[in-house]
Design a protein. Structure first.
Length: 251
């Protein structure tokens, strides 16, 4: 696989988790999120079981806590920032914490929201760490996801590298010409650079699309290896169902 294809993949690419069919990981990790989100706040054992399932998947794929935290911290703090105000604004029985009083029901809601946000975020992180983005798109295609959405995501992924490459070359060109802005008036050149970047990336995107058509592109991403849903994938999903669904139903 090319470096671009493997971009974002972490852990051990040879692990059993990495080698699972993308559809199995999409359904399994999305299922863990659904179970967690649908669990009432008082049923914390179900949330603990979801967290344990994610920890097991991460350990099997050798995805370390550092990788998970580095990627989760982009999204998770925003959710926690909103949820942290719930104990202070929600009514009901109050708990004295010294200088402030907080709602007992609000604390329960805060911990529930935080736990569910953490489980959902880690599920998405593990999917991205164990499955390349093109494989995720191919799995969604095979699962009959809306074709327009998968095409938009695929082109966005491809043209992101085009834009990044053009921006890097223009930055080098500016530096080679001695551009060192020292005050706001000298930053006016950045507006012209942004305009030129848009035009150059648009033209580059057109050339990329024409080249794809010349190579037989018909709206579907070609694959060198077809996906195959094997016994390991069935066992992976069966283990998740056996571990979480009965506990959720009984609870």
């Amino acid at each position: 696989m090319s470096g671009m294809h493997q971009l974002g993949v972490a852990g051990d690419p040879a692990s059993r988790i990495h080698r699972l069919d993308p559809r199995a990981k999409i359904v399994g990790l999305a299922g863990i999120t659904v179970v967690a989100v649908s669990t009432p706040p008082r049923l914390w054992p179900v949330l603990a079981a979801c967290a344990l399932a994610l920890a097991t998947i991460a350990a099997a794929g050798r995805v370390g806590p550092g990788v998970i935290w580095t990627r989760a911290r982009v999204v998770l703090p925003l959710v926690l920032f909103v949820a942290v105000f719930v104990p202070f604004v929600r009514g009901g029985e109050q708990i004295d914490l010294g200088p402030v009083d907080v709602s007992r029901a609000g604390l329960t809601t805060f911990f529930a929201v935080s736990s569910k946000a953490l489980i959902g975020t880690v599920s998405a992180v593990l999917l991205g760490a164990t499955t390349s983005f093109p494989d995720v798109l191919h799995g969604l295609e095979r699962m009959r996801a809306p074709r327009l959405l998968t095409l938009i995501a695929a082109f966005m992924y491809r043209y992101l590298f085009v834009i990044t490459g053009e921006a890097r070359r223009m930055r080098v060109a500016l530096s080679s010409r001695g551009y060192r802005p020292r005050h706001a008036l000298q930053a006016a050149a950045l507006g012209r650079v942004a305009t030129a970047l848009f035009l150059r990336t648009f033209e580059r995107g057109e050339r990329v699309y024409v080249a794809m058509l010349a190579r037989g592109y018909t709206g579907a991403t070609p694959r060198l290896r077809a996906l195959a849903f094997g016994r390991a994938d069935v066992l992976f999903l069966a283990a998740l169902v056996a571990a979480l669904v009965p506990l959720r139903v009984v609870a």
